[in-house]
Design a protein around this ligand. Structure first.
Ligand code: ADP
Ligand code: ZN
Length: 549
């Protein structure tokens, strides 16, 4: 065999095996980093081409690369795809019987297998560990690395054990962690948990310029959905619903209305589930109605729309789910039907959780409320959530196309930031707004922390006076005591939220929900100017899905 430098081999395999002429984005740098043996952290949106970043070096390097992957369906897809390329790839998970498992192990030990996909549960099994220790491994890839974090949208406790297992196999094995969703908080969690402080970070923009984002108040969702889909006949799409029951109901609704739709949820017989997924991939059906169990690792390039029939649990999950649209680079529409009732419903699911879990889940849900309510460009909102700030509105979302009323702030922005500083940057937006408007009714901390003695206390009442108080029940069907009206405190919450989207203030990574003034914010305080903001949406007409049961 001729001695070609590894770089040449990589290039050649890229062409011969994958059929690609060149690397996309930072793929070559990422692959170079792994080949060098560095720990590597890849954060790129869905569809950016992350898989190739470990597949290509796995094929090219000596030994077997271990790929830790959270879903059996995902593993199977990837192994099938690799086999299609003539690559020896295998998976190790609970679906295999003893003899199949032994065959896989033999292949690895004989150095035949280039990629071994393994579920985190299987990784922790004693005999698998012994086997891995005796194999020649090239590196470990941790796919969907956000599963490590409770602050991600798919927390998998077993992911927390990965680091110690890798160490027990061979502590010098390089790790590549990959994820499509990482807020600054999740990013920190991944690094800590995998002990990858020294890793090289490759993060590309999360902007998916070809996706159109829209939120519609949920009034009569079945009618709204049918109307939306009627304009997209024959187009491929995903409709996400919260419950299995709703999935069945909506799939049925679409079918009787002439849409080729199939359900997908974890309660279906595995064969049926697999069939429905294949039917979608093979274009025998246009629309999959699914719970969030569907989609991870589904690589269908021409998904033209993703509808959230019910509110999602977190903005991160939302971004991941909508990211399945428009992978081919052509336009996709991401539509969410929103009602505060849905959020209340989601909150009730957490009844049995611990206090901390409940509070965390609620904080994530409140991001959905803010996203739906704010009149700011949706893309700016989404990207700022991932620590990315755009200087201008995108022009390609509902808030850009149909803007709410604008207003200018300057003194208000200064006052808001001063109040954050005066409370030592240790409190939430809601608390700061409560301080500004002297809203002590539901907030015991104001007095206990002496915030009622601050010069900023109650100062916010001098602004937005001309705003008529708009009565806005947060969901018609909400219990009486859950109903609130839109007050000047809400207005301040909106202003502070907009400062967050624009990067004048930011979330504290260590303490969820706490806001701090950024460098940009400090510059602003030294030399303030007018900032344009948008009124919140009036979502009081949105009824949620209780009517719709
Ligand atoms: P991700 O894992 O980031 O969501 P994938 O790895 O599934 O993305 O890749 C998305 C699509 O891009 C796939 O269809 C893949 O074949 C394609 N792709 C990846 N790398 C390249 C490349 N260098 N040139 C052309 N297409 C590529
Ligand atoms: Zn926009």
């Amino acid at each position: 065999m001729s001695v070609t430098p590894i770089e040449d081999k990589l290039k050649q395999n890229l062409k011969d095996i994958f059929g690609f002429d060149k690397f996309r984005g930072e793929q070559d740098k990422i692959i170079h980093s792994i080949v060098k043996g560095d720990n590597t952290f890849v954060i790129m949106p869905t569809g950016a081409g992350k898989s190739l970043c470990y597949q290509l070096p796995a094929i090219t390097l000596e030994g077997t690369a271990v790929v830790i992957s959270p879903l059996i369906a995902l593993m199977k897809n990837q192994v099938d795809q690799m086999k299609g390329f003539g690559i020896n790839a295998r998976f190790l998970n609970s679906t295999l019987n003893k003899s199949e498992m032994n065959k896989v192990k033999k292949d690895v030990l004989e150095g035949e297998c280039k990629l071994l996909y393994i579920a985190p549960e299987s990784l922790t099994k004693e005999d698998n560990l012994i086997f891995l220790k005796s194999a020649k491994l090239s590196f470990v890839a941790v796919d969907e690395a956000h599963c490590i974090s409770e602050w991600g949208h798919d927390f998998r406790p077993e992911y927390r054990k990965i680091r110690s297992i890798i160490e027990s196999i061979d502590e010098k094995l390089p790790i590549i962690a990959l994820t499509a969703t990482a807020t600054p908080k999740v990013q920190l969690d991944i690094k800590k948990n995998l002990n990858m402080d020294d890793s090289k970070l490759f993060k590309t923009s999360f902007n998916r310029a070809n996706l159109y984002y829209e939120v519609r108040p949920k009034k009569n969702p079945k009618k709204q959905l049918l109307q939306f889909i009627s304009g997209l006949k024959g187009k491929s799409g995903i409709v996400y619903c919260l419950s299995r029951k709703k999935v069945e109901e909506i799939a049925n609704l679409l079918s009787v209305n002439g849409v080729k739709a199939l359900p997908y949820h974890a309660g279906l017989d595995p064969d049926v589930r697999m069939n429905n997924q294949d039917a979608f991939l093979n274009e025998e059906c246009d629309v999959v109605v699914a719970t969030i169990a569907f989609g991870m690792g589904i690589d269908k390039p021409d998904v033209r729309f993703v509808v959230h029939y019910d509110a999602p649990k977190s903005l991160e999950g939302y971004y991941q789910e909508t990211g399945r649209a428009g992978r081919d680079g052509l336009d996709g529409t991401c539509l969410m039907f929103y009602a505060y009732d849905d959020v209340l419903k989601l909150e009730k699911f957490n009844k049995d959780k611990t206090v901390t879990e409940r509070e965390n889940a609620k904080a994530l849900l409140m991001e959905i409320v803010a996203y739906s309510t704010l009149g700011v460009c949706r893309r700016r909102q989404l990207l700022s959530y991932f620590g990315e700030y755009m200087n201008d509105d995108c022009g390609f979302c509902d808030n850009c196309k149909k803007p709410t009323k604008k207003f200018q702030v300057e003194e208000e922005a200064v006052l808001g930031m001063k109040a954050i500083l005066a409370t030592d940057q240790r409190f939430s937006i809601q608390h700061v707004a409560d301080v500004l408007t002297g809203n002590t009714e539901n907030n015991d901390y104001i007095q206990s922390h002496g915030h009622d003695k601050l010069p900023e206390y109650g100062k916010g009442l001098e602004y937005f006076k001309s705003e008529e108080v708009v009565y806005k029940p947060k969901g018609k069907n909400a219990d009486k005591d859950e109903q609130e009206e839109y007050t000047v405190t809400d207005k301040w919450v909106s202003v502070l939220r907009q400062l967050l989207v624009f990067g004048y203030i930011e979330k504290d990574i260590e303490n969820y929900g706490v806001v701090k003034v950024t460098e940009k914010g400090h510059k602003y305080l030294a030399d303030p100017y007018q900032i344009e903001m948008h009124d919140d949406h009036d979502l009081s007409e949105a009824e949620g899905s209780r009517d719709d049961e």
